[in-house]
Ligand binder design. Structure first.
Ligand code: NAD
Ligand code: ZN
Ligand code: ZN
Length: 337
């Protein structure tokens, strides 16, 4: 089988021939059908963040496929089922976070495509307990982006405590943003979408944004304030400055939800305004297995649309360039070699 491997940070991935992995106790081997390219995989391949993966490693955490083999002790899956393998590859199940619905904060978690090999491969391993069943009616190429971009933004809308009739600003209409926009609408909000490319602004309109803001030619904070200020702003653009701009666009009592993770990302905000305005700044990391079930249920019910284009696994480096140059449609999804 083929796998796309990061050998060295900042270098193109190398397509390698590897044996199909054998599942250990509690594990499954999945035959890949579709594997989404999240911007996080690019950060991983570049070694952008303070906690770094160790090369060589296989990125990818939007993996959809069919259970090919099961390891010792696996009873929840028998083979042949379609599953999704997300960023949260394992959590301990016994810490206070795991026990209170916050498994995404578990200190003993393992992350797919980061601390363990991920889904940019014809076959990949997963912990059976963290592989989520994909409903039959959900297409695998649509399931892939839902597995990270979907669950992450669904959770971000939840932790932002979005209420009907609120104004929600979505900063960055990429893989994550195009779904964030739709979840904000499902929660009843009025949505302002911000981006820096014509294609993404057009897409935002098509997906039902009430207001689109071109950050190249307009000051998003001013436009938001002219509309009463955003109750919630979700930061999904890979640009630290965009967080500050989103903060400035909030109304009193506003919530800024940080999701994007630009290299050396920093946010500088005035304490005085934050206190007097009762502003909340909230970090939000992916979502739980239960959140992912909800995301798939919404999609199966026809409530969300996934915008993607397929690319061969072997063309992963060109696909990464497309994302970095802002030329990709909302999501690129790799298919087996
Ligand atoms: P993407 O490249 O698909 O989308 C980014 C979008 O931001 C693009 O549409 C781009 O045109 C737009 N953009 C760039 N500069 C902008 C600006 N100044 N203002 C407004 N828009 C701008 O990336 P993605 O896959 O959606 O991921 C976005 C970020 O979220 C990445 O940093 C990724 O690592 C992070 N992420 C975080 C989590 C989490 O759990 N917190 C999960 C997944 C991804
Ligand atoms: Zn991701
Ligand atoms: Zn735990």
């Amino acid at each position: 089988m083929k796998a796309a491997v990061v050998k060295e940070f900042g270098q193109p991935l190398v397509i390698e021939e590897r044996p199909i992995p054998e599942p250990g106790p509690g594990q499954i081997t999945v035959r890949m059908e579709a594997s989404g390219l999240c911007h996080t995989d690019i950060h991983a391949a570049h070694g952008d963040w303070p906690v770094k993966p160790t090369p060589p490693f296989v990125p990818g955490h939007e993996g959809i496929g069919i259970v090919h083999a099961t390891g010792e002790g696996v009873t929840s899956l028998t083979g042949g089922e379609r599953v999704a393998v997300p960023w949260l590859g394992h959590a301990c199940g016994t810490c206070r976070f795991c026990l209170t619905g916050w498994e995404t904060l578990c200190e003993w978690q393992r992350n797919t495509g980061y601390s363990v090999d991920g889904c940019y491969a014809d076959y990949f391993l997963a912990e059976a307990a963290f592989a989520t069943r994909v409903p039959d009616s959900v297409d695998p190429f649509e399931a892939a982006p839902l597995t990270c971009a979907g669950v992450t933004t669904y959770k971000a809308i939840k932790v932002g405590r979005v209420q009907p009739a609120e104004l929600v600003a979505i900063s960055g209409v990429g893989g994550l943003g195009h779904l964030a926009l739709q979840y904000a609408k499902i929660f009843g909000a009025t949505v302002a979408a911000i981006d820096v490319t014509d294609e993404k602004l057009e897409l935002a309109k098509e997906l039902g944004a009430d207001l689109v803001i071109d950050a190249r030619t307009e000051d998003p904070a001013q436009v938001l304030q002219a509309n009463g200020g955003a109750d919630v702003a979700v930061g999904l653009a890979v640009d630290s400055k965009s967080f500050e701009i989103a903060y400035q666009g909030l109304r009193r009592g506003g919530r800024l939800v940080l999701v994007a993770l630009p290299a050396e990302g920093m946010l500088s905000i005035p304490v005085f305004d934050t206190v007097l305005n009762g502003t909340s700044v909230i970090g939000s990391i992916v979502g739980t297995r239960a959140d992912l079930d909800e995301v798939f249920a919404l999609h199966a019910a026809g409530r969300t649309k996934v915008i993607y284009q397929p690319r061969p696994l072997t063309a992963v480096n060109q696909a990464i360039d497309e994302v970095l140059q802002g030329r990709a449609p909302a999501r690129l999804v790799l298919q087996p070699s």
